[in-house]
Design a protein around this ligand. Structure first.
Ligand SMILES: *[C@@H]1O[C@H](CO)[C@@H](O)[C@H](O)[C@H]1NC(C)=O
Length: 280
């Protein structure tokens, strides 16, 4: 073999390695690498033991799916022996076909909590959420409990709305210190796999308060009272793609445990600390 052939072989090996490390499902670029032995979920079809769309979703001729009810919660659950969703990159492509109301048409990607119901005082309903609303603002919110524990918008940016066209959204969250949480929201504006970080925010204890306090809600790790300005630095059993007041198509949904920030091994499993959110 000539030197040239050897170089070409090495180059192609290098390219293969790079391609593996920078793309996730369907060739979509990943922002952060997958955590070692990390958990990963990719949407393939509605009958999936981890997936609960909580409504009928209908396959379209292009292979994507469309919701049938404008209030949509596409949930990815955790079973007893699975690690909960903490340091994650949520990815999806969305095409909004119509608004069904003006109350709060929006797409929301979130994790770090359980069921968002009033059961158990709403204590399982924590979350870190990335929003893309209509008329086109991007922002985050932290939810310390459901429903009164929302913060105001964090890192609000007017981006402009995209309707009747595919757009990619990625919500990323990870810990940068034991109780500090970084949030990043990326948009692939033209659905060309060209991801741009549009907003970011780093939360630390004491920085932002939820609107109301609820003393009965405990921190799922320390079991002590959850402060009104606490960070949501722990994992939760449910990651979700949410929509309100819109009929939309979606495809390429993926949730991946990533190595970013502290990149420590997450020990929380199943529904520990989230008693009302267990998934059988
Ligand atoms: C999207 O497409 C428009 C029109 O072709 C182009 O000007 C713009 O740079 C593209 N933006 C991104 C983020 O790919």
């Amino acid at each position: 073999m000539s030197i040239l052939h050897l170089l070409l072989l090495l180059l192609s090996l290098l390219c293969t390695t790079l391609a593996v490390s920078i793309t996730q499902h369907n060739g979509i670029k990943q922002i952060y690498p997958t955590k070692q032995n990390g958990r990963q979920w990719t949407f393939t079809q509605p009958k999936d033991p981890y997936f609960d769309p909580r409504q009928t979703i209908v396959k379209q001729s292009d292979g994507s799916y469309q919701n049938t009810e404008p209030q949509t919660r596409l949930e990815i659950h955790t079973k007893a022996n699975d690690v909960m969703w903490r340091d994650v990159e949520l990815t999806g492509y969305f095409k909004v076909n119509k608004k069904t109301g003006d109350k709060m048409p929006q797409l929301v990607l979130y994790a770090r909590g359980g069921r968002h119901t009033t059961k158990g005082g709403g204590c399982d309903g924590t979350s870190i959420k990335g929003y893309y609303n209509f008329p086109g603002d991007l922002f985050f919110k932290k939810e310390v409990w459901h429903t009164g524990g929302y913060t105001a918008r964090l890192s609000n940016k007017h981006y402009g709305q995209i309707i009747n066209k595919w757009v990619g959204l990625k919500m990323v969250m990870y810990n940068t210190a034991p109780q500090n949480v970084k949030m990043e929201l990326y948009v692939d504006r033209n659905a060309t796999n060209n991801w741009v970080k549009e907003i970011e925010f780093e939360d630390h204890p004491g920085q932002v308060k939820g609107k109301e306090h609820k003393a009965e809600c405990k921190n799922p790790i320390t079991k002590r009272e959850r402060a009104q300005d606490a960070t949501i630095y722990y994992g939760g059993p449910i990651a979700a793609f949410r929509a309100d007041d819109i009929i939309f198509q979606f495809k390429d949904l993926n949730v991946r445990e990533i190595c970013a920030g502290t990149c420590d091994q997450v020990q929380q499993k199943g529904c520990e600390g989230f008693p009302d959110s267990c998934h059988k």
